[in-house]
Design a protein around this ligand. Structure first.
Ligand code: C2E
Ligand code: CA
Ligand code: CA
Ligand code: CA
Length: 279
């Protein structure tokens, strides 16, 4: 029995070692992929519910690993934050997104803005705004070409840093959306403490909105608050016609979700611009 225990022990330590090696390898590969500008940017369409017309996109990063296949940002964004390469990753997304907006503008004579996600670690990045403005200037794009999505966790961790970055973004005329709204500790508190332009209702509320009158009431409340505070309102994670119907009922202005289209490569996103209206 003792020998068995020992074997088991070495099995576990081997497993731990293997996990650690895997993780280390993944970090190395990610660093390389970011350096090579090998990450892809996918685009998920956002529609205005009143007209049914496409109004822009959210940029979502994808990493096609040569051996492991497609890796979710849920895995690699965390690694990018911990290893300090999130800034470079975001620059790449800014570059790709502004190039896409520029191409579409040249072809379709209209700006289809792209929302870019910021990670919590970037709140104290003093170069971020400067880099973004330079990128827009370089492409001769207006300030509304790229919008910024931030989450509540980003606001809690560094209140003063968040305050000054958001103020600087506002002054520069860059639109800021508060992502995953309602999932944090004091969502309502943030609305008046931070300068933001829009809120994205977390998909958990969208999902529950068709379950009960209570959940519907919550959605109605968020919609009311947004209106009172002159904030644009975007619903995310819309998957069913029934959810869409409820969102319309409460005057939610914009929506995105699998019902309209999953995040997709640029060429497919462009086809949706041509189509203009969602099915
Ligand atoms: P998020 O910003 O909340 O993005 C929305 C997520 O919901 C995306 O997952 C999207 O693919 C997914 N989604 C869209 N429509 C639906 C739907 O109808 N139903 C369901 N169930 N899901 C839907 P994804 O692409 O895996 O991204 C996960 C998270 O990773 C994002 O959450 C964001 O926080 C982060 N992320 C992705 N790309 C980037 C990036 O370039 N930079 C940073 N900092 N974070 C990123
Ligand atoms: Ca987002
Ligand atoms: Ca979200
Ligand atoms: Ca999220």
């Amino acid at each position: 029995a003792k020998a068995e225990g020992k074997n088991r022990y070495s099995f576990f330590s081997e497993q731990l070692l293997k996990n650690a090696m895997d993780r280390l390898q993944l970090e190395t590969d990610l660093r390389q992929a970011v350096e090579d500008r090998a990450l892809e940017v996918f685009y998920q369409p956002i529609y205005a519910l009143a007209s049914g017309e496409i109004i822009g996109f959210e940029a979502l990063s994808r990493w096609r690993h040569p051996l492991r296949g497609m890796i979710s940002p849920v895995t690699f964004i965390g690694i990018a934050e911990e290893t300090g390469i999130i800034g470079e990753l975001t620059d790449h997304v800014f570059e790709q997104a502004s190039q896409a907006v520029l191409e579409w503008q040249e072809k379709y004579r209209e700006i289809y803005p792209v929302n870019v996600n910021l990670s919590a670690r970037q709140i104290s990045d003093i170069n971020l705004l400067q880099d973004l403005l330079e990128m827009l200037h370089f492409h001769k794009l207006p300030r509304n070409a790229i919008k910024i999505e931030i989450t509540e966790s980003l606001l809690i961790n560094n209140f003063d840093g968040a305050q000054s970055l958001l103020q600087a973004l506002q002054q520069a005329g860059i639109t800021v959306l508060l992502d995953d709204f309602g999932t944090g500790y004091s969502s309502l508190n943030y609305l008046h403490q931070f300068p933001i332009n829009a809120i994205k209702i977390d998909r958990s509320f969208v999902r529950q909105s068709t379950d009960s009158a209570k959940a519907k009431g919550l959605l109605a409340g968020i919609s009311f608050i947004a209106k009172q505070m002159h904030l644009a309102l975007v619903a995310e994670g819309v998957e069913t016609m029934e959810q869409l119907r409820v969102l319309r009922e409460f005057d939610v202005e914009f929506a995105q979700g699998y019902l309209f289209g999953a995040p997709m490569p640029k060429a497919d996103a462009e086809k949706l611009i041509v189509k203009k209206v969602h099915p």
